[in-house]
Design a protein around this ligand. Structure first.
Ligand code: AMP
Ligand code: FE
Ligand code: FE
Ligand code: ZN
Length: 298
């Protein structure tokens, strides 16, 4: 008699490697994120908070509460003159001392900048205090989205986007520059912590042409880049294919994520972005191969 085949139901093997929690400017706690990911049937997630590992640390403490695999991660803002350069770091050792020291320096610079933004807003005649922003952040690291939330709440602007457009973004009256790591420093910090540095949402670099983007990516690769976030809400099939080719040309692994922030980014859903994002689990396996190859060779 043959042994009956056991048909264990297969979870859809989708993942989301770009999620923000209350440790930075997302509105769900790491535990709520795990619960949501579980409900959605996601197989793996990464909490990539801006310049802090606190979200990942907390998530990993609750790893056993679900079957969702959690990859330790961070998103570091690097200095770049033309647009926004964010470097994701996957599979990092969260307790790595140099990594912790580096993010501490960046966090202090961010705190100083936040005070300066509040001062600028006050000088512009806006009735706003640091305590209100601190409260909006829920105890995690404070970012401009929290300031934007308070401005909306007070009726200074209609919505978060308007807060950035009128006041908070570069070139606007309440913008304040802050110290950022050089791209090479961000990537080396991630590499020496055993992680894989990945260029997030490449379109925010504002490269004028494909050739420009190619040159930027080639330079980053020289400085340690290992991956490129090709799957992202709004990339669309044409852009996604361009990024896949770009990654292949430079020998980079491909990653993807929704950049879910909860209610501060309405319309962006965990796992599925605007609705049509589907990121296969195989990318996690490639990330792991990338992490182990450079950890062993260095
Ligand atoms: P910070 O890290 O404090 O400088 O704030 C940057 C963060 O603000 C980004 O990572 C986004 O999450 C968010 N952000 C930037 N531009 C906008 C915008 N136009 N509308 C909403 N959120 C934005
Ligand atoms: Fe953010
Ligand atoms: Fe980002
Ligand atoms: Zn992000």
């Amino acid at each position: 008699m043959s042994v009956p085949r056991v048909n264990t139901p297969r979870k859809p093997a989708y993942i989301d490697l770009h999620i923000h929690s209350t440790a930075s400017d997302g509105t769900l706690s790491p535990q709520e994120i795990i619960k949501t990911a579980d409900k959605l049937g996601l197989r793996a997630i990464a909490i990539t908070d801006h310049d802090t590992v606190d979200g990942s640390v907390e998530a990993l403490q609750h790893q056993d509460s679900s079957s969702v695999e959690i990859l330790p991660a961070i998103e570091i803002s690097a200095s770049f003159d033309f647009g926004a350069m964010h470097i994701l770091g996957y599979l990092i050792r969260l307790d790595d001392p140099p990594l912790r020291q580096t993010v501490k320096v960046v966090q202090e610079a961010r705190a100083t900048r936040n005070l300066q933004i509040v001062k600028k807003l006050q000088d512009l005649g806006v009735d706003i205090s640091y305590d209100e922003i601190s409260e909006a952040s829920g105890g995690g690291q404070i970012g401009r989205p929290h300031i934007a939330q308070v401005l909306v709440h007070k009726g200074v602007v209609q919505n978060i986007n308007e807060a950035f457009f009128k006041l908070l973004k570069k070139g606007r009256p309440a913008y304040v520059e802050r110290y950022r790591l050089l791209p090479v420093q961000a990537m080396q910090t991630i590499l020496q912590a055993g992680g894989v540095p990945v260029l997030a949402h490449p379109f925010t670099l504002n490269a004028k042409t494909q050739a420009d983007l190619d040159r930027i990516v080639a330079g980053l690769k020289q400085a340690g880049l290992k991956g490129l976030e090709a799957y992202y809400p709004g990339h669309g099939p044409v852009r996604t294919a361009q990024y896949e080719r770009l990654a292949h040309r430079h020998g980079l692994v491909i990653t993807g994520g929704s950049d879910f922030h909860g209610t501060v980014k309405p319309g962006v859903h965990m796992g599925f972005g605007g609705g049509d994002l589907r990121i296969p689990y195989e990318l996690v396996e490639e990330l792991k191969r990338s992490a182990s190859s450079h950890t062993h060779s260095s």
